[in-house]
Design a protein around this ligand. Sequence first.
Ligand code: SF4
Length: 391
Amino acid sequence: MTTVDLPLLPLGRGVDRASERGVDCPGDLPAASDPDLVARARAAKDALGERVFVLGHHYQRDEVIQFADVTGDSFKLARDAAARPDAEFVVFCGVHFMAESADILTGPDQQVILPDLAAGCSMADMARLFQVEKAWAALAEAGLQDVVVPVTYMNSSADIKAFCGRNGGAVCTSSNAEVALEWAFEQKGPDTKVLFLPDQHLGRNTAVLQLGYSLEDCVVWNPLLPGGGLTVEELQNARMILWKGHCSVHGRFSPDVVDELRAATPEINILVHPECQHEVVLKADYVGSTEFIINTIEAAEPGSSWAIGTELNLVQRLATAHPDKRIVFLDRDVCYCSTMNRIDLPHLVWALESLVDGIVVNRIEVDPDTEREALVALQRMLDLPGKTARD
Ligand code: SF4
């Protein structure tokens, strides 16, 4: 029998800088097994000194997080980068949309680098600009566009944020989604509807559990179906038009695991992120952003038991940092965010050593028009009253 050696990516590698799907990584990556990688990363970082600022998202691996100058959620990290205008290079250990936001919020002389362009976000990829523009045109055809305000979650590409900016909408994070939706519903009078992108779960959980809308007030726009799979009457009756997108990590948590854990450990506290399905959030004791999850565990009583529904790297780090509390993952299987995990030590070393050699690799640069319109939507979020800027 003849065996054919099929490469893992039979259609080849490529790069699409206009999307979350870039997969090209030019140059020679150090081998992952290289025992000197830690020393090489440290030496490159030391050589660059204040010229480089390394950001590490909470969902990054430990091997990468150890080199982060600051850690945090996506919006905090973008603001941290903006607060360091002296740093020539911002190396973003996170995913593509986060690096875009950092580029939007940093100065024109600062260069933002994503160590692996394949570090996209499946949720952000679920709303492409051409699909959203098609939905917007369909809302116009149904005579509804004038009463619809688009709101996009931070976890979206820069061109979707720009779409919201030029169409009277705003960006939100998982901490301020309630205030952002309250603001949105005031924009077009009593008949206002919100088009919520791209995470249907955050939109539904916020509208129903925080603003008091019913599940019947929410419809789901499926970009893969003609007319979003909705009738004009369904659109007319809806208050929340939820984009059919979800996080492939948070969408995995299921209510039956909550039931099983409670049966096994009645005193267990269930703590989840609002990107989880509505049925899971309904069964949880506490719901909130990654920062909320971290703060809740820090404030928890020694000896208390917790099952956490968010990305596994963060849950693992919390369990290690709090050995006096019983912390478990809210799933039967291990599931990391595969795209967050694309940023590994070989890619970080490659990006840093290239900078030492005077070569900027994998720069993420948002075009000026998109940047200007995205900033409008981000500024509307920053102008919201009360709590504003946490993921
Ligand atoms: S955890 Fe979910 S939302 Fe965050 S980067 Fe991964 S797929 Fe995207």
